[in-house]
Design a protein around this ligand. Structure first.
Ligand SMILES: NC(=[NH2+])NCCC[C@H](N)C(=O)O
Length: 420
């Protein structure tokens, strides 16, 4: 649907990305806010942070990151701004309130009270409550059995500190956006918000034909940090702590059905926090160069998945997946990309430095153009290696941002890149 009242730029805007390295035009970030102030030493593990960040410093670091991108000509959209704008619609607000309150821990009395209270909020306040959460001792009314019995510091709506990692809650594959399905309970609600933005925000709703979505939070787990667009038509997907085998199968069928790729590589990774996503192990920095954790590089394998039976009038369920392999990841990737070699640049120098810099997201770079990558300044060795290989490294500070275990790639959802 095209909204005739929308400005021309909105009606014709085309979003999407077919690689990890095409010149970045538009990105979605989340400036860390009050949700980080909810972290305490008692809940930080459950909320997937390694510590309790210094929030104002994290905000300064994030502002500098955003400014670095703007200085390179990238349009920065903020998730919370988009969400607040989306809440101009009453339907969108009601939908967000209903989904946020669907948890079974609330009970009918408290749920109705909270729903009414949230409906009275302004769009800005609603965004605040849905991202920062609401604690039992913060509700003024609705007192009944449930509020009396729950601990005072229990969250009625959980805060979403990992919204910072916008990479994980949606991912563009060509002109479609995949709404992901996050595996950890602390993050599951994030995609309710991204789905709403892509469905209801005028910028996405009013493009020619509407923004088309694949996957969804009700499907098997797939997280954006596991999805790497190696080249136009070639998508690698890590399968480990977050993305499940069934998740990659569902995504493959949908991607092939919509003809977004000809090959998908399913890449098993260790189910550990240090390697929670494929992008903690490797990221693309050029059309044929990848920065990679050497301690796993030799053992990393990939199954190559292609499709038969793709055609008009066929549903994604009817697509037959052909699976071959496994074979070494770099070999499978080069074959699928139809290049001689996918050149590997190592994280760190020796295994210990590599392990330290992998942990600190040395592999987690954000390419903003071929051979130009944003990286944390702290990873000296990896950054030096990238430069030796001819990559321009745009360094950012991230001592506080990194406490959530994510780097520049995790903290960005590319919405538009120039095609390669
Ligand atoms: N794409 C990524 N590597 N994202 C990092 C996410 C970190 C976040 N604390 C989590 O555990 O989920």
């Amino acid at each position: 649907m095209v909204n005739p009242d929308a400005p021309e730029s909105v009606r014709t805007a085309i979003h999407g990305a077919d690689s990890e390295v095409g010149t970045l035009r538009t990105v979605m970030l989340h400036r860390p806010g009050g949700e980080l102030k909810r972290l305490t030493p008692r809940n930080n593990d459950r909320l997937l942070f390694d510590g309790v960040p210094w929030v104002s410093r994290a905000q300064e670091e994030h502002d500098a990151f955003a400014e670095t991108l703007r200085n390179r000509g990238v349009e920065v959209l903020y998730l919370t701004t988009l969400l607040t704008e989306t809440f101009a619609s009453h339907d969108a607000r009601n939908h967000a309130i209903t989904t946020a309150l669907s948890g079974l821990h609330l009970g009918d009395t408290l749920r109705s009270y909270l729903a009414e209270a949230l409906r009275d909020c302004s769009p800005e306040e609603l965004t605040g409550h849905l991202t920062e959460g609401i604690r039992n001792d913060e509700v003024r009314g609705g007192h009944g059995l449930v509020t009396s019995l729950l601990p005072t510091d229990e969250f009625l709506i959980d805060p979403l500190p990992n919204l910072l990692f916008t990479r994980d809650s949606s991912v563009w594959i060509r002109d479609r956006v995949a709404i992901t399905s996050l595996a950890m309970p602390a993050r599951a609600r994030e995609t309710q918000l991204t789905e709403l933005i892509y469905t209801e925000h005028p910028r996405f709703r009013d493009v020619e034909g509407g923004t088309r979505k694949i996957h969804g939070w009700h499907h098997e787990h797939v997280e954006g940090g596991d999805v790497l667009l190696l080249a136009p038509g070639v998508v690698a997907v890590g399968v480990g702590e977050r993305t499940t085998p069934a998740g990659v199968e569902r995504l493959a069928r949908q991607v092939f059905h919509s003809r977004l790729a000809h090959t998908m590589l399913a890449v098993p990774i260790a189910q550990e926090r240090a390697t929670m996503h494929l992008d903690t192990i490797c990221t693309m920095v050029d059309v044929d160069k990848i920065v990679m954790y050497p301690n796993v590089a030799d053992s990393l394998q990939a199954f190559t998945v292609t499709a038969s039976g793709v055609g008009t009038g066929i549903s994604d369920r009817d697509i037959h997946l052909e699976v071959s392999g496994p074979e070494p990841f770099l070999i499978a990737a080069a074959k699928a990309m139809q290049i001689d070699t996918l050149h590997q640049i190592d994280t760190g120098l020796d295994p210990v430095t590599a392990e330290r810099e992998q942990w600190d997201d040395g592999n987690n770079t954000l390419a903003i153009a071929p051979r130009v990558a944003v990286a944390y300044v702290r990873n000296d060795e990896t950054n030096a290696r990238l430069e030796e290989a001819g990559i321009e490294v745009v360094r950012i500070e991230g001592s506080e941002l990194g406490s959530g275990r994510g780097g520049p790639r995790c903290m960005s959802c590319p919405i538009t890149r120039d095609p390669l």
